[in-house]
Design a protein around this ligand. Sequence first.
Ligand code: NDP
Ligand code: 2IT
Length: 448
Amino acid sequence: MPDVQKKVEEIYQQVVRRNPGELEFHQAVKEVIDTLGPVLKKYPHYAEHKVIERICEPERQIIFRVPWQDDSGEVQINRGFRVQFNSVLGPYKGGLRFHPSVLLGTIKFLGFEQVFKNALTGMPIGGGKGGSDFDPKGRTDAEVMRFCQSFMTELHRHLGEHTDVPAGDIGVGAREIGYLFGQYKRMTNRYESGVLTGKSPHWGGALVRREATGYGAVYFAEEMLKTKGDSLAGKVCVVSGAGNVAIYAIEKIQQLGGTVVACSDSGGVIYHERGIELDTLKQIKEVERKRISVYADIHHDAKFIPSGSIWDIPCQVAMPSATQNELDGTAAKKLVSNGCIAVSEGANMPTTPEGVRVFQESGVLYAPGKAANAGGVATSALEMQQNATRDAWSFEHTERRLHEIMIEIHRACYETSAEFGATGNYVLGANIVGFKRVAEAMVAFGLI
Ligand code: NDP
Ligand code: 2IT
């Protein structure tokens, strides 16, 4: 094994030893550092400064108890997390996830990804992530409010517009951000708009933040297709999930002339051959907060498939936009054999390492989440910019900025993949661009 490859493998083994049982974190680290060998060779000072070892260790990890009372008066205890991963490029920035599956290792994998993603945006934001094992499903607004108030009662002391700026992720949308902001304001006696992003546009939120992740991931798909002289117009697409990212990915695909024939939630898959009706989907998910199965009760030509994989449905473009490791090797092979030519990840790490290998070996255009879904956090940075100047931009202006940012991320990843002799390998391109930006600042700042 060449020296650099051996070094990289040793670093990975140390991460595994020091973070036992955190499989998703191991997976995220491995995916990144496996592509960094050529960078260490070209820039040996990164190894001297132990940049990779330092990047793999969060700057700070906060774990706290979140006690609250449900509507029946029963006391509930959840666990809260904020992993402040890296702040050399700006304040810690990254979402909060409320989902029963959340463990420290989940937040660490997401925080690690966020560091590189945020660097890729070119905006002044560091990387962090937080959340809780709280399950908002089936909870009333009052229960969600009490949970958010308790969560922020502890977290507020670690936040600030120049320190750490959370936003949404799975289970956290504008409603939760509202309750969290209200409690932050109450605890600190400060109207600090820039401390949270994803706020409602009525009180400091950026227009397009809600749409940004889905729109951005579609723009990235369009850029990849362009490298082959192709486009989304007329393509049959499948988008997994039915949450914030999925809904606005579907919206943008439709605007660009594609047809989305399927989406899903954890209860099953909706297949609608003539194309998903977006108004119905928004009404069910955003307004009524119901299950996706309801869609087939409204549109009788749509089919609800309670079990089985969404990736069995033939498509040319696939956008996994639900959760991590939702698309494995078997699913990837099925997609390829059904004629899929492009995959753009709305979710974070939705494809397993085996799935990624299948796509890359089959010549599928494959965009990893840290590049493809960076439009969400980039628009959060635009929200911070507007808050700092007490300004509010139009939808059109903000969407244009988002589009330019996604084109630029694609360009940087593509050109870097070519520079390192792997043209079109967006995994390598994204990791190297993100890593170099963080590494340069870490070296410049001295040993911190
Ligand atoms: P939402 O909570 O709005 O929606 C999540 C969707 O994914 C729901 O349809 C949900 O189904 C499904 N889902 C979540 N967890 C699981 C699971 N364990 N098994 C099966 N289905 C699941 O979240 P978002 O749309 O915001 O997030 C989706 C993905 O995008 C996540 O990976 C997130 O990290 C990533 N992301 C989000 C960004 C944002 O701005 N919101 C930015 C960048 C990435 P159900 O309701 O049944 O649970
Ligand atoms: O994964 C992500 O990039 C997000 N959930 C959005 C983070 C943010 O701060 O907007």
